[in-house]
Design a protein around this ligand. Structure first.
Ligand code: EPZ
Length: 434
């Protein structure tokens, strides 16, 4: 039986909702626990498919891991990391598993992990990771989709990233934390999740200065200890929930957010005519104004407009007054949600990294299929606003990055339920399939 979300749209969402801990802060911090053989406790870790995948990766490396989803609390005790290689079946599922490379290189002389597969939003190479780690003294051999790394002890270095890659910045910081000497990382990614990782590493005894800027200085230390760290709120889930209020013509208050992390989204929402208010240091309200006005959007590395909110904002623009142009500069193929939006009556035309959206007065519910996490969120938002019923298939993509989203949306008034259905193909194949 396939699970899918059944949404009957057209209800303005209203109310308060708490944002979960950040997926993209939790995953690198989970990898960072490997940098010590002591125990680390991480709080407010969201109960996501990607978190489960990373737990499997840590266990596959010999760490003992205990996770209490109800409390959001995760314990990791890596131990001696005897097993410094990762089976393909564990790493293939999720690109973020590549974030264990830096920590393993810092603690083991030899490492073997699979190259992450590409995924729905592009090829997503790891050349910047390998270039940065090589500058620290690691040597790599790649064959048959496996990365074999070796090091006789990492040395600090001056590294300049060709692109401010989030993952490469994270891998390099983690490796440099235990390298001998000083590392200066230039053109580093400045996302809040990098700052959260650096704060966690510093609480373990690392000496990292400048995280959140494009120049990060890391003084290597001989060893790191355990810690207790609370991950930051998920700014992408916060933005998605705020957009749910605006796209349905309602008004949603999100709690447990860091407004500073959402500046680009809030500015774009205001430009489009939504009403945005900071009700407190960790509470934001967004309400629909008159009809949303078309606006142009270009995704950029932080603090620019986040690529992870581009699909969701495009759903809003599908209902805007006028024509909008969206340019996706971070990933080469992040418009796969357009097909589903157009089947709901949107008028969107993709030309390379640019999408032109002719706003429509309304969308109509339809059966659609998700292709990736943020695309799933975009289709869900469109379904909440559409007239009539939408079946969102392949909904497992949504659960990579959101847990309990359908319940929280229902509490805001959404008519949404998780159902199971015989897969179409089985029915069409008739009884001979057995
Ligand atoms: C992180 O992915 C996030 N994932 C992504 O969120 C996010 O979209 C992305 O950063 C950009 O903000 C996690 O944090 C787990 P990158 P990452 O390295 O680290 C190219 C979500 O939905 N590149 O900054 O993989 C790459 O191909 C996910 O939560 C290289 O060319 O992103 C891409 O075009 C999706 N060589 C661009 O840089 C490299 O060595 C950005 O990649 C590395 C990256």
């Amino acid at each position: 039986m396939d699970q899918l979300l059944l949404i009957r749209g057209g209800v303005p969402l209203r109310g308060r909702v708490r944002v979960n801990g950040s997926k993209n802060a939790s995953l690198p911090i989970m990898a960072a626990t490997l940098l010590t053989d002591e125990s680390t406790v991480i709080e407010d870790v969201p109960n996501l498919l990607d978190v489960s995948s990373m737990i499997a990766v840590l266990k596959g490396l010999g760490a003992s891991v205990d996770y209490r989803p109800g409390q959001g609390r995760l314990w990791v005790t890596p131990g001696s990391l005897q097993q410094a290689s990762l089976p393909v079946e564990l790493a293939g599922r999720m690109r973020a598993s590549f974030l264990v490379l830096g920590p393993l290189l810092a603690r083991r002389k030899k490492v073997r992990i699979p190259l992450p597969g590409g995924c729905a939003i592009g090829s997503r190479p790891v050349d910047l990771h390998l270039k940065g780690l090589s500058a620290l003294g690691a040597r790599f051999h790649i064959e048959k989709g496996l990365v074999e790394g070796a090091s006789d002890g990492l040395q600090g270095a001056r590294i300049y990233l060709d692109f401010p890659s989030v993952g490469a910045t994270e891998n390099i910081i983690m490796a440099a934390a235990l390298a001998r000497g000083t590392t200066i990382l230039e053109n580093a990614a400045t996302e809040p999740e990098i700052v959260d990782l650096a704060n966690c590493l510093n609480s373990m005894g690392a000496q990292i200065v400048g995280a959140g800027t494009s120049r990060i200085r890391i003084e290597g230390v001989p060893e790191l200890g355990g810690t207790r760290h609370v991950v930051i709120p998920d700014r992408i889930e916060a933005g998605t929930l705020l957009l749910a209020g605006v796209i349905t013509g309602g008004s949603v208050i999100v709690e447990h957010v860091i407004p500073d992390h959402l500046k680009a989204l809030l500015a774009k929402l205001a430009e489009a005519g939504a009403k945005v208010e900071e009700l407190g240091p960790s509470t934001i309200k967004a309400s629909a104004g008159e009809r949303i006005a078309a606006v142009d959007l270009k995704t950029m590395p932080y603090p620019g407009f986040p690529t992870d909110l581009q699909p969701q904002f495009m759903s809003l623009l599908a209902l805007a007054e006028g024509t909008s142009v969206v340019v996706e500069t971070v990933f080469e193929n992040r418009f796969r949600h357009v097909e589903g939006l157009n089947s709901m009556g949107a008028q969107i035309k993709v030309e390379g990294r640019q999408a032109v959206i002719h706003g429509r007065p309304a969308l109509t519910g339809a059966p659609v299929s998700a292709t990736d996490l943020r695309g799933a969120a975009a289709l869900l938002l469109a379904a909440l606003a559409a007239q009539g019923e939408t079946k969102l298939n392949e909904v497992h993509h949504l659960w990579r990055g959101h847990c309990g989203l359908e319940e929280r949306l229902a509490l805001l008034g959404a008519r949404i339920e998780l159902i199971s259905e015989e897969p179409e193909r089985a029915l069409n194949m008739g009884s001979h399939s057995g």
